[in-house]
Design a protein. Sequence first.
Lengths: 115, 113
Amino acid sequence: DARVTQTPRHKVTEMGQEVTMRCQPILGHNTVFWYRQTMMQGLELLAYFRNRAPLDDSGMPKDRFSAEMPDATLATLKIQPSEPRDSAVYFCASGWGGGGQETQYFGPGTRLLVL
Amino acid sequence: AQSVTQLGSHVSVSEGALVLLRCNYSSSVPPYLFWYVQYPNQGLQLLLKYTSAATLVKGINGFEAEFKKSETSFHLTKPSAHMSDAAEYFCAVSGYNTDKLIFGTGTRLQVFP
């Protein structure tokens, strides 16, 4: 049963520290999405990649967030420096990017708390 | 521009009762519509999707949804609620010209015995 995996599942850090979240997409999927979920804002798309190239990162605060795909099996989302307002659940999703009708498969999320 | 509106942030039903979760969409292109379910402390899981084939779409766990263009709606139903259906449900819209999913604010379903 192929699944998207995310590490760590939980992260508690102090303001100003660097946070790195990792995602392993489903093998064969060529599109990777990063979402943030908060009570106030709901689910927000931060960025997404196709064939490892960034297609859209307009939802991401550029000054402190960065997203990369070092290879086809790993996507990373970094926050530096972290702030309390970054506390949220961060989801990675992958899919076969054939257009808007394709299903996105979500990982279990990384629950981040910035103190 | 695309958007979805989910009416009712919380819905409570008794076990065995009909489940109806409402979703209305706005889209400048023919939409693709999705329902995802999120169980506590888990990621989202696809329940069903409409991609311009049959207007009545059947999904997992006995759920179905009907695309009604005249009403710009895609409501989710299940004839008989089960305790295990308690979760948060998200409606989402996309289109042929984008990979992005635009999610609604979610509806939390509670099922009482």
